[in-house]
Design a protein around this ligand. Structure first.
Ligand code: 1GP
Length: 238
């Protein structure tokens, strides 16, 4: 079964999907084996790998290391065309639809296309909306786009549905890594009711109650990153 079929199946069964984000720039490659063995014991469905920058670790080497230690599906959540690897199971072909920067709407995609053509990796077109989480995140700086204020619900809904009409198979509402506050339940619900494709929500989600709340509001996939860096055993205590 493809990753996308698996997501659709779980969505239909109303089963919460949790993705743990490993950002190569925040991880110590030496400690990866231990980090992944803890993730494997928690209730994680997928490992997402990616980030706004790749200054610290070589991306392809990092994904190979993750694959070496993990039996969970690996999904690339790329910050640029440089974040591609044949060792991953799928790649979210993210278009930053909340902004008007052509580089992240189509530019990085053109650069990545020839490499993806020769790979067996499952490519899932995804509309990515950056939402204001109360602080300036790395993705805002790097992408040069402004996040959508949480009360501009109609804007978020229109962008999400326009993305679906353009053929995107997933919609991702993200406040960015380390956001002060996550996407509100009200915004999640409004967008969810307006689209048909599965909804991913991430950024600033740091406790089990919030995970449950966001799922109840309509998130099919919850992405958690920073909390697992600060407290690797977070999901083991559920
Ligand atoms: C960032 O949604 C992810 O793009 C995860 O965010 O690191 O805040 O959990 P956190």
């Amino acid at each position: 079964m493809s990753i996308y079929q698996d997501i659709l199946k779980k969505k239909k069964e109303n089963k919460l999907i949790i993705a743990a984000l490993l950002d190569p720039d925040s991880e110590d490659i030496e400690l990866l084996k231990e980090r992944i063995s803890i993730l494997e014991r928690g209730s994680i469905d997928y490992i997402f790998v990616g980030g706004s920058t790749t200054w610290k670790n070589d991306f392809t080497e990092f994904v190979s290391e993750v694959k070496k230690y993990s039996s969970l599906p690996i999904v690339i959540f790329p910050g640029s065309a440089n974040q591609i690897s044949k060792d991953a199971d799928a790649l979210l072909f993210l278009s930053l639809v909340s902004g008007q920067n052509p580089q992240f709407l189509i530019g990085e995609h053109i650069k990545a296309a020839p490499a993806l053509k020769g790979m067996k990796i499952e490519v899932i077109p995804t509309g990515y909306l950056l939402i204001d989480g109360g602080n300036t995140t790395t993705v805002e700086f790097i992408s040069g786009t402004r996040p959508i204020p949480q009360d501009k619900v109609e804007i978020a809904k229109s962008i999400a549905y326009a993305s679906e009409l353009l053929g995107m198979k997933l919609i991702y509402l993200d406040c960015g890594s380390g956001a002060k506050m996550p996407v509100s339940n009200a915004l999640i619900k409004s967008v969810k009711d307006y689209i048909n494709v599965p909804l991913i929500v991430g950024g600033g989600i740091r406790d089990i109650e919030k995970i449950k709340e966001k799922h109840l509001a309509g998130a099919d996939i919850i992405v958690i990153g920073s909390v697992l860096e600060d407290d690797p055993e977070f999901l083991l205590r559920d």
